[in-house]
Design a protein around this ligand. Structure first.
Ligand SMILES: *[C@@H]1O[C@H](CO)[C@@H](O)[C@H](O)[C@H]1NC(C)=O
Ligand SMILES: *[C@@H]1O[C@H](CO)[C@@H](O)[C@H](O)[C@H]1NC(C)=O
Ligand SMILES: *[C@@H]1O[C@H](CO)[C@@H](O)[C@H](O)[C@H]1NC(C)=O
Ligand SMILES: *[C@@H]1O[C@H](CO)[C@@H](O)[C@H](O)[C@H]1NC(C)=O
Ligand SMILES: *[C@@H]1O[C@H](CO)[C@@H](O)[C@H](O)[C@H]1NC(C)=O
Ligand SMILES: *[C@@H]1O[C@H](CO)[C@@H](O)[C@H](O)[C@H]1NC(C)=O
Ligand SMILES: *[C@@H]1O[C@H](CO)[C@@H](O)[C@H](O)[C@H]1NC(C)=O
Ligand SMILES: *[C@@H]1O[C@H](CO)[C@@H](O)[C@H](O)[C@H]1NC(C)=O
Ligand SMILES: *[C@@H]1O[C@H](CO)[C@@H](O)[C@H](O)[C@H]1NC(C)=O
Ligand SMILES: *[C@@H]1O[C@H](CO)[C@@H](O)[C@H](O)[C@H]1NC(C)=O
Ligand SMILES: *[C@@H]1O[C@H](CO)[C@@H](O)[C@H](O)[C@H]1NC(C)=O
Ligand SMILES: *[C@@H]1O[C@H](CO)[C@@H](O)[C@H](O)[C@H]1NC(C)=O
Length: 576
């Protein structure tokens, strides 16, 4: 009794929480529409609010485009659709960098649709795309699409769509990875939070995938009709007419059941909108073939069915509409015995096949099959590699100390930032900040990147002393500190060590013989200038003296164990 009432209460609580969560998450949060490169936001004809990319990306320049194209090309089948898209601006990544990332907010454990438009168009502003161009666009650190073109005639507009699962992170990186040629660019980025159970294959069995869109087709519509999207589809997917490539007639009927709440909560139910369901392809044998995208490992297909013909409920129950669908030979039988919508989705390995075949037949003796909509995607597993969390936190603090915040996205994946190198365990092993105009002291935080092998900080204006703690970096093979304004002692362990260079620092002093504490530091001359300055000099002098004493007195194991402990206690706050 008590147990059951408690369970009920918790169910009600869950329902309430869900309600509040839904009520709080306005459509503004569930829809993010970025007009890349635009100076101001706008609201489109469908009522969707577009924002500028301020705050989402920190590199690139705005580019205005004279609109010459109106058709968005889709990969296959040969198909184009006239649209109301506007893309008068683009963001062009003119800086030479390994990658440029948009960092977009997501909720954990949620399924999202992500869409971009690439349209080089005809520039009417100075920021120009360098042709030929080639770059990759990645999501969740996996290559989503490769884009290339010789001239702006080759360049679209094109749209790309994927469905991904956000898992444990509260942001997703959409990165433009520069190839050898040209400047990456992008015109718009859209994110739509989907029904939690839709496209369930993106998380099925604890294997995370992203789906790369091939097509989503509204069967039964004349081929010249417009695509269906928001507000007819609350998730703003594009449902495109496809009658021209299907070989049979169109059915329509006033008998139309609408999807119910129960259907939406069934795992795998992607929920095609009513306007898509209200017309259908009808026939006995449907076969559609798509060329396989190079390297695509799996195909994901979803079929949407709803009996909309002029039948009575009793007739349909007595004699259900029988169908068999198949995807590359793997088949599934289903019967429609009510007017409720049904869906079948399938994920198949493609192995060596060069095509993907979708088939639908009605067995002998059944009334003709009916198909209201279908879609096809390539499914890629997401390996979810990210930079070691501790290293990522240390890099964040180095970025804020040195003003390097415009490096966005994951430090190591899908390709490393230009100034770090990573090993196979996602640890940072190299830091190259030569010539970066860095000022101030060398941050102690560097030693928390415990796997560092090479540190290049040469040709900056770093000052202060060389942190003794650098000794704790056991794998350090290279330390370039030349041409800075460092002072004080070189840690004894680094003196005369190959790969450790300190030249061009007027205030530096080497332990072990050729130390010259008076010459490089004209302290008395400075003391007359200001009291503050002289206090600082004295302070530095004390530190330097202490360092020498410690270095001389404390040796071997004792020294190392003290350092080891200090290192651990310093690292601890970063870990937790
Ligand atoms: C997300 O899912 C994982 C795995 O199912 C679970 O451990 C985690 O608690 C979930 N996180 C949230 C915020 O729901
Ligand atoms: C782009 O992706 C392709 C396919 O994954 C890969 O072969 C190529 O090296 C990538 N190019 C860049 C510039 O990352
Ligand atoms: C589509 O084509 C048909 C016949 O070719 C024509 O009657 C109809 O007006 C066209 N519809 C649109 C939206 O262009
Ligand atoms: C199908 O029927 C619906 C409702 O009667 C109607 O709105 C729609 O235009 C029809 N579609 C076609 C392709 O005739
Ligand atoms: C549906 O079928 C019934 C009986 O066969 C017929 O009277 C009715 O006109 C049909 N309705 C439509 C919309 O075709
Ligand atoms: C569909 O209905 C037929 C005839 O009623 C039956 O033989 C068959 O097993 C059913 N198939 C499915 C998948 O329910
Ligand atoms: C239907 O019957 C024909 C002729 O008997 C046969 O060739 C065909 O394979 C059958 N189709 C199905 C789906 O059983
Ligand atoms: C280090 O960075 C500088 C400036 O960014 C660059 O010129 C140099 O080639 C880089 N060195 C290495 C070894 O990556
Ligand atoms: C270096 O930094 C200073 C101030 O921090 C700034 O005024 C100067 O323009 C920078 N120089 C370069 C080449 O970035
Ligand atoms: C280091 O340089 C900064 C200016 O970049 C200055 O404010 C600071 O006092 C200097 N520190 C030392 C120890 O010289
Ligand atoms: C180096 O530091 C000294 C003392 O803080 C300062 O007077 C000098 O201007 C600095 N030199 C450069 C190049 O920053
Ligand atoms: C130390 O300073 C003296 C004079 O101040 C100078 O003659 C000598 O060359 C300096 N030695 C070094 C190693 O800098």
């Amino acid at each position: 009794m008590e147990g059951s009432s408690r369970r009920r209460r918790s169910a009600i609580l869950t329902a309430l929480c869900t309600f509040f969560a839904l009520a709080l998450s306005s459509s503004a949060q569930e829809f993010l529409s970025i007009d890349c490169g635009a100076d101001v936001g706008r609201t489109d004809e469908a009522g969707i609010k577009w924002v500028t990319d301020d705050g989402y990306v920190k590199t690139g320049r705005n580019r205005e485009i004279r609109e010459t194209g109106t058709a968005v090309q889709l990969g296959s089948p040969d198909f184009s659709l006239t649209s109301a898209f506007t893309y008068p601006t683009a963001r062009v990544f003119t800086e030479k960098r390994s990658k440029h990332c948009y960092v977009l907010p997501v909720q954990k454990n949620s399924t999202y649709l992500l869409r971009t438009i690439q349209y080089a168009g005809e520039s009417i502003s100075t920021a120009s795309i360098a042709f030929p161009v080639s770059f990759n666009v990645t999501v969740n650190n996996e290559v989503w699409y490769s884009f290339s073109g010789q001239t702006d005639d080759d360049l679209g507009p094109f749209f790309y769509e994927s469905v991904f699962y956000s898992l444990q992170k509260e942001e997703v990186d959409v990165c433009f990875v520069a190839g050898a040629l040209g400047t990456p660019f992008v015109n718009s980025i859209e994110m739509r939070k989907l029904n939690p159970l839709s496209y369930y294959e993106v998380q099925r069995g604890g294997v995370y995938r992203f789906l790369d869109f091939v097509g989503r087709y509204n069967t039964g519509q004349p081929s010249n009709s417009s695509y269906i999207s928001y507000p007819d589809d609350p998730y703003d997917r594009y449902w495109m007419p496809i009658t021209n490539i299907l070989r049979a007639g169109v059915a329509n009927s006033s008998v139309l059941a609408t999807p119910t709440q129960a259907d939406q909560t069934t795992a795998g139910w992607n929920f095609a909108p009513e306007r898509v369901q209200e017309d259908a392809w009808v026939g006995t044998d449907l076969s559609v073939q798509f060329p396989r995208a190079e390297g695509a490992p799996r195909a994901y297909a979803a079929w949407y069915f709803q009996e909309i013909r002029n039948l009575t409920a009793a007739e349909l129950l007595r004699n259900p509409t029988q169908m068999v669908v198949s995807l590359n030979g793997e088949s599934h039988a289903l019967n429609l015995s009510t007017f409720s919508p049904q869906q079948v989705s399938m994920l198949v390995e493609l192995e060596s096949s060069t095509t993907v075949d979708l088939n639908l037949i009605s067995p002998n003796g059944s009334r003709p099959a009916i198909l209201n909509a279908f879609e096809l995607h390539w499914a890629y597993e997401v390996d979810q590699s990210t930079t070691n969390a501790n290293d990522a936190t240390v890099l964040k603090s180095l970025q804020s100390i040195f003003g390097l915040e415009d490096w966005q996205g994951d430090a190591c994946y899908p390709v490393a930032w230009d100034w770090v190198a990573c090993d196979g365990d996602s640890r940072i092993i190299e830091l190259n900040l030569s010539d970066k105009n860095l000022t101030g002291p060398i941050p102690d935080a560097i030693v928390e990147l415990t796997q560092l092998q090479k540190i290049r900080l040469d040709n900056n204006q770093l000052n202060g002393t060389i942190p003794q703690s650098l000794r704790t970096l056991r794998n350090l093979q290279l330390l370039a500190l030349d041409n800075n304004n460092l002072s004080g002692d070189i840690p004894a362990a680094f003196v005369d060590k190959a790969g450790f260079t300190f030249s061009g620092n007027p205030g530096i002093c080497q332990v072990g013989g050729n130390c010259n504490s008076t010459a490089p530091n004209p302290a008395p001359a400075e003391a007359s200038k200001s009291d503050d300055d002289s206090n600082e000099k004295i302070y530095i002098g004390v530190i330097a003296a202490l360092s020498v004493i410690i270095a001389v007195l404390v040796a071997g194991l004792v020294f190392c164990s003290v350092r080891g402990n200090r290192y651990k206690s310093r690292a601890a706050p970063v870990v937790t």
